[in-house]
Design a protein around this ligand. Structure first.
Ligand SMILES: NC(=O)c1ccc[n+]([C@@H]2O[C@H](COP(=O)([O-])OP(=O)(O)OC[C@H]3O[C@@H](n4cnc5c(N)ncnc54)[C@H](O)[C@@H]3O)[C@@H](O)[C@H]2O)c1
Length: 247
């Protein structure tokens, strides 16, 4: 992938799961990676491990839905590196329950992190990209944001909202040299999914036209592509990474 060397890349939720795989891919491509996560132990371990390999990676403890925290963390990055080239809004949570059982707290937690967090990070990072007249913003939606899902009113609403924000920002920021895109992963084999009983995993795989679940690296590779020079004319798109599950 071209053009990633020397780029300053923020990856939210980079301590674990898909974000962790993305941190490694960008670091190995020569980018300077800033991990924003509330999981300090995993984030610092990952940063230390990659630094020991000579990679440029730092960890900042950031709660993406805390406005002051986001503002201050952006300022620290700008004072250290003078620019931000790529923002990957990957942090997200689930708090599943069927409609009648879902309480307002479960609703609000998911909306706060999956929607407000993405809004705040983009709001405070994008002015620096506008000044540079260049930048890439990559948002993490889900197949659930396209199709809905049983027991996921809050999550489906948040992930559909992410697609709508992506299209809005693609229109608002396109003329400022910034491309904004989203990814919509399907069933991806993260630690949480791996821990499921084999028969459940088999049932999930059977639903996928490719006949298998995705890997964290499949999502990380798409982040890498969307951040690279190779994707310079892609704006406002939502790329499915689901083995054909949504067709
Ligand atoms: N894993 C899948 O199959 C799948 C499928 C579709 C979409 N997604 C989306 O991909 C993204 C990553 O999912 P994952 O499976 O890697 O999840 P994960 O739970 O493994 O990792 C999420 C990371 O986000 C961090 N985080 C949570 N709240 C935060 C906050 N307020 N501020 C900063 N960091 C915070 C967590 O500490 C964690 O490190 C999420 O947006 C998720 O909705 C995942």
């Amino acid at each position: 992938m071209e053009g990633l060397n020397g780029k300053v890349v923020i990856i939210t939720g980079g301590s674990k799961g898909l974000g962790n795989a993305a941190v490694k891919k960008f670091a190995n491509s020569g980018s300077t990676v800033v991990i924003w996560d509330i999981d300090e132990t995993s984030g610092n371990n990952l940063a230390n491990q990659l630094q020991a390999e000579g990679k440029s990676v730092i960890f900042q403890k950031v709660n993406t839905c805390d406005e002051e925290n986001v503002i201050q963390s952006v300022e620290i990055i700008i004072s250290k590196y003078s620019k931000i080239d790529v923002l990957i809004n990957n942090a997200g949570i689930t708090r599943d329950a069927t409609l009648q059982k879902m309480d307002k707290n479960q609703w609000q937690q998911v909306i706060d992190i999956n929607l407000t967090g993405v809004f705040l990070c983009t709001k405070y990072v994008s002015p620096h990209m506008i000044k540079q007249n260049s930048g890439r913003i990559i948002n993490t939606s889900s197949i659930v944001g396209i199709q809905g899902n049983f027991g996921q009113t809050n999550y489906a609403a948040s992930k559909a909202g992410v697609i709508a924000m992506t299209k809005t920002w693609a229109k608002e920021l396109g003329r400022k040299g910034i491309c904004v895109n989203a990814v919509a992963p399907g069933f991806i084999l993260t630690d949480m999914v791996r821990a499921m009983p084999p028969e459940v995993l088999q049932k999930m795989s059977d639903k996928v036209p490719l006949g298998k679940l995705g890997e964290a690296e499949d999502v990380a590779d798409t982040y890498l592509f969307l951040a690279s020079d190779n994707a310079k004319y892609i704006n406002g798109a939502t790329i499915s990474i689901d083995g054909g599950l949504n067709i």
